[in-house]
Design a protein around this ligand. Structure first.
Ligand SMILES: Nc1nc2c(ncn2[C@@H]2O[C@H](COP(=O)(O)OP(=O)(O)OP(=O)(O)O)[C@@H](O)[C@H]2O)c(=O)[nH]1
Ligand SMILES: [Mg+2]
Length: 365
């Protein structure tokens, strides 16, 4: 399982700049709105210092971090849903993502006019939300019409579906986001197949000038005030500065520049961590002389499901999992020592995997 995040926002807010400071591929940024005509897709590594601690105890040929896939779509504008700008056709590119990163312009730059005439991140949030809501409304309406026909001939399930979709429609029509609508599990099933955009968890990234990287600025305050009832995740990142920093090949130089700016780590690291907690994800490890590797799963997944994240054969033929807790491993120093001290547990298919578990899957296919 690889987590996928979509970057959204008004044109020229710094989406591609943010993408470039985290991705292994570099995309073109420019001052002209709508220059890009395709989405950028990149893969980033999930920063996890535990991997390198494990390597101290278990020398290995390679260390493989978990990855997140990032989709950077060209800017949206007001009216994108009716074909304004170029953004609308790219909304489809984020249908399948697990979460959204909404980039807000929170910096002044007279050389870079905002396409709506002024810098106003709160207006931008409303405009983008509206575009997504309109798109969702289209999907809901289509399904509603279909279900309505079936419900008319007396189908109970379709009737229930019509009720639920009616609620969802009303929410969207009053400029609400479906994620804020409290739906029961048996109600959610009617919208699951629609992959609605306003259901996806969202994180707001306030893109600020270098000087505001640590404490934010007045624009950020406005965003916080506007979002305070939504209990939304808000991060402050100086994307252009971080892009420059990420261009240094050498990690020491990078850290020195970050420290100069008053930061302990790249904003991207904070962002990935935030995305993990927002999506209830955790990492488990496989550790051996060939590779030490981190894998991503949902909290609450069982050992066979975790095995399935490695390979479907491992899930199908799952026999048992040998589990060592990360802390035991680094305290005792080896698998052998853990075994001797009774810290290697043999677990069956109901075992719920914990964050940092070191797993060895026994299987037979
Ligand atoms: N002054 C300043 N400029 C920035 C900052 N972040 C990005 N820019 C500039 O803003 C311009 C647009 O940045 P992009 O990253 O291409 O913006 P985008 O949101 O991807 O734009 P579209 O793809 O056209 O929607 C570029 O010239 C960037 O260098 C920032 O923090 N401060
Ligand atoms: Mg872009």
């Amino acid at each position: 399982m690889s987590l996928q995040c979509g970057i959204i926002g008004i044109a020229n807010t710094g989406k591609t700049t943010l993408f470039n400071c985290m991705s292994n591929v570099k995309a073109e940024t420019s001052n002209f709105a709508f220059t890009s005509n395709k989405s950028n897709i990149g893969v980033i590594h999930v920063p996890d210092p535990r991997l390198y601690v494990l390597e101290k105890f278990q020398p290995t040929e390679k260390v493989v971090p978990a990855t997140v896939e990032i989709v950077d779509i060209p800017g949206l504008t007001k009216g994108a849903n009716q074909g304004e700008g170029v953004g609308n056709k790219f909304l489809a590119d984020i249908r399948n993502t697990d979460a959204l990163i909404h980039v807000l312009r929170c910096f002044d730059d007279i050389n870079l006019p905002h396409i709506d005439g002024s810098v106003d991140p709160v207006r931008d949030i409303e405009n983008i939300d509206f575009e997504l809501q309109v798109k969702d409304l289209e999907s809901v309406d289509k399904k509603l019409q279909r279900l309505d026909k079936i419900a008319r001939v007396g189908d109970k399930d379709a009737k229930h579906g019509v009720e639920v979709l009616g609620k969802v429609k009303a929410c969207l029509e009053s400029f609400g986001n479906v994620r804020d609508l409290k739906l029961e599990t048996n109600e959610k099933k009617y919208i699951d197949d629609l992959f609605l955009l306003t259901v996806k968890p969202v994180m707001f990234v306030c893109n600020v000038d270098d000087a505001s990287a640590v404490n934010g600025n007045a624009y950020v305050d406005k965003v916080k005030e506007h979002l305070k009832e939504r209990n939304a995740e808000i991060l402050v990142i100086a994307a252009r500065m971080e892009e420059e920093i990420s261009d240094f090949d050498n990690e020491e130089d990078q850290m020195a520049f970050l420290a100069d700016a008053g930061l302990q780590e790249p904003g991207v690291n904070r962002m990935v961590r935030q995305a993990y907690s927002m999506l209830n994800l955790l990492s488990f490890f496989t550790v051996g002389p060939k590779e030490i590797r981190a894998w991503t799963i949902h909290k609450g997944m069982t050992a066979p499901q975790a095995a399935g994240a490695i390979h479907s054969d491992l899930e199908r033929g799952f026999i048992r999992a040998e589990v060592i807790k990360y802390n035991d491993f680094i305290t005792l120093g080896s698998e052998h020592a853990c075994k001797e001290k009774g810290k290697l547990m043999v677990e069956g298919k109901n075992y719920v995997v914990g964050d940092g578990d070191i797993l060895h899957i026994r299987f037979n296919v």
